[in-house]
Design a protein. Structure first.
Length: 114
């Protein structure tokens, strides 16, 4: 918190009983750091399961999910979304837990945005 002192007219000049000091409270709010949720390619998880996971956990349409799935398949890695740390960590953990429960080795990780 930053306190700023502003000089005002003296009591004699203004004719009032005001002490002559004003305090301004200015708080700087920073944007939270953002994190990318990444999905990694593997040789066992089906393309349909990747699309299903993208639609279920990242609210992607079928066409968006299909495009991301192709990016993962071709490049080995795809960005599912960009979120604050807590949200990114939670989504990544949910995808990993869900895929393991369904018998797929699909891997989801997070990394800070630049």
């Amino acid at each position: 918190m930053k306190v700023v002192e502003v000089k005002m007219m003296s009591d004699e000049e203004s004719g009032s009983s005001d002490p002559g000091v004003a305090i301004s409270d200015k708080t700087q709010i920073e944007q939270p750091k953002m994190y990318k949720v990444l999905m990694h390619n593997d040789d066992y998880t089906t393309m349909e399961f990747v699309i299903h996971s993208l639609m279920k956990f990242f609210n992607k349409t079928y066409d968006e999910a299909h495009g991301i799935m192709l990016k993962i398949h071709n490049d080995g890695l795809g960005i599912c979304g960009i979120f604050t740390f807590e949200v990114a960590e939670s989504k990544s953990a949910k995808v990993n837990r869900y895929s393991r429960g369904k018998g797929h080795p699909l891997k989801c990780t997070i990394e800070p945005c630049e």
